[in-house]
Design a protein around this ligand. Structure first.
Ligand SMILES: Cc1cc2nc3c(=O)[nH]c(=O)nc-3n(C[C@H](O)[C@H](O)[C@H](O)COP(=O)(O)OP(=O)(O)OC[C@H]3O[C@@H](n4cnc5c(N)ncnc54)[C@H](O)[C@@H]3O)c2cc1C
Length: 504
């Protein structure tokens, strides 16, 4: 890229940032991506469950505080490609009803300022970009698609095919999960699942291997890694004048682009806006509404292990079916319960990392006979559930879980279903707050600057040249995985930017 300040600085190369870079690369604008992390190099740790789950070799050397001031090490990943390097690659569209106000047992899930139809073309484009494998016909809650999935579903392994048919016999409608995985390439790199395993261009379609790789083919796009943004600086009138960052050598540098896109993830984007407070914006940037950092959501999730000691689960990857029969209502016309999907295969080393006190022989026995599920319910927005910055500029994540009653009901319902499907033992464990995998909501978009931080194209109401394009923008969390919606909105914002600020 030629020297001088770029036209656009994108902060973060995860699902939001990399997809947006891909979307605006063709505009010819000079685009500089600044990413705090580095590329994950291939190596034995990448397929070693002990290294990943027991030793936590890829986890950050970072401590956040919870609402009581207790420190914890978050499962939030800082690499080129962001959290998508580790994701389960389940790329769901939010359901049509998720864009409307929906009544839950624990309160109202608010309407979005856009409808499903506004995002539909971008969902289709994102599914092509991330090469999603799936079957539009299988899921009873699937919204309309203008384009089918580009590839057929990832095949069930034999024990999963058997469970699928037993669930169907019970009247449920299990469907093939939409997955951004080339299963043959993935298994060529090692006989492991992909969920929570890092991708080294080995068959998982993530922000780095799909969007960033394509964006960097354009000579006007560049990335600097090891570059941690510390502050955004405003000019009188509110425009972002400069982006300040610490480079790999520890030097403080500044860039003065025309447009700034903040895509650091829902916790870090809010934290950066709050840390950038100045005399003109004493409560932080983009925060006239006092919404920045608030409404943190993360889904209510549990692992469920269905065990039948007469059958061995010899799956390698396992993660191919989902159940949405209780997504729009509880199956009897009552309020929604949520989504169920298979986890990546929980082998003995993975289970042992989570059950340290249980003897290894017992862990191995459970793992040999268990099929592992992920049960997910909607977490509703609560202004007191929030990201804050303490006096020493540390991140405080005061997550107030909401809507837990339907989550417990969904776990109980699935217990019954799985027992009927031939699993005499069903164990469950809630995921805890150290796992902010589905973080969202902290810089929400909306039509009204009094109640939202961003407009419906993710432009800050208070700063004409600032966009926040990551999971922060979501006013509700729905109860399906968020990454495709982050990517679709990034492509929508990219189109908007190309037609407005970046138009020739
Ligand atoms: C184990 C795991 C499994 C998951 N499985 C799924 C799944 O199956 N399906 C799904 O839809 N979602 C899944 N998710 C969630 C999904 O990964 C996220 O929703 C998605 O990555 C969010 O995109 P983002 O752009 O908001 O943030 P990220 O993708 O996390 O990107 C943020 C980027 O900003 C960088 N950054 C942060 N702070 C700074 C700074 N100060 N300066 C510069 N750079 C910075 C980070 O290093 C990172 O690259 C999973 C997540 C995890 C952790």
């Amino acid at each position: 890229m030629p020297s001088g300040s770029p036209d656009v600085v994108i902060i973060g190369s995860g699902m939001g940032g990399a997809t947006l870079a891909y979307g605006i690369a063709g505009s010819g604008a000079r685009i500089q991506i600044l990413e705090r992390g580095e590329v994950i190099a291939p190596g034995p740790d990448c397929r070693d469950p002990v290294a990943i789950f027991a030793k936590g070799v890829f986890r950050p050397d970072e401590e956040w505080l919870d609402g009581t001031g207790r420190g914890f090490n978050p499962g939030n990943y800082y690499y080129v490609g962001g959290n998508s390097k580790f994701y389960g690659a389940v790329l769901f569209r939010f359901r049509e009803q998720d864009f409307e106000a929906m009544e839950h047992e624990g309160g109202i899930s608010p309407a979005w300022p856009i409808r499903y139809g506004d995002l539909e073309p971008y969902y289709s484009a994102a599914e092509q970009l991330y090469q999603v494998r799936g079957d539009v016909a299988g899921d009873p809650t699937e919204p309309p698609h203008s384009t089918g999935y580009p590839y057929p579903p990832v095949p069930d392994e034999q024990p999963i095919a058997a469970v699928r048919s037993r669930l169907e016999t019970l009247g449920l409608r299990p469907f093939s999960l939409p997955l951004a995985v080339d299963i043959d390439r993935w298994l060529d790199g090692g006989q492991t699942p992909w969920d929570a395993f890092p991708d080294t261009n080995s068959g998982k379609m993530d922000a780095e291997t799909c969007s960033l790789a394509e964006a960097l083919k354009h000579p006007n796009v560049a990335i600097e890694t090891g570059a941690e943004i510390t502050r955004l600086i405003t000019a009188p009138g509110g425009r972002i004048e400069a982006v300040e960052y610490r480079d790999r050598a520890g030097d403080i540098k500044r860039l003065t682009p025309r447009v700034v896109v903040l895509s650091a993830g829902a916790v870090n984007s809010a934290a950066l806006l709050l840390r950038s407070a100045n005399d003109d914006h004493p409560t932080g940037l983009a925060n006239r509404s006092d919404q920045v950092g608030r409404n943190f959501m993360n889904h209510n999730t549990s692992a469920l292990l269905s065990i039948d000691l007469r059958r061995v689960n010899d799956c390698v990857y396992q993660k191919t079916i989902g159940i949405n029969d209780f997504y729009l209502d509880d199956g009897n016309g009552g309020p929604p319960l949520g989504n169920v999907q298979l986890l990546g295969r929980v082998s003995a080393p993975i289970l042992k990392a989570n059950l340290k006190r249980v003897p290894s022989w017992l862990v191995a026995r459970i793992a040999r006979h268990a099929i592992d599920w992920y049960v997910m319910s909607e977490d509703l927005p609560d202004p007191d559930s929030r990201v804050r910055i303490d006096g020493a500029s540390r991140i405080v994540l005061d997550w107030r879980r909401s809507n837990m009653a339907p989550h417990r009901k969904l776990v109980a319902r699935m217990r019954r279903v799985l027992r009927q499907a031939g699993f005499p033992i069903v164990l469950s464990k809630q995921f805890d707050r150290r796992t902010p995998s589905h973080q969202c909501g902290t810089v929400r978009f909306g039509d009204d600057p009094a109640t939202s931080a961003l407009d419906p194209f993710c432009r800050a109401h208070d700063h004409a040249n600032l966009f926040v394009v990551d999971a922060s923008f979501m006013p509700s969390s729905a109860a399906v995985n968020p990454a495709l919606t982050v990517a679709a909105q990034a492509l929508r914002t990219a189109d908007h930017l190309t037609q407005t600020d970046l138009a020739a």
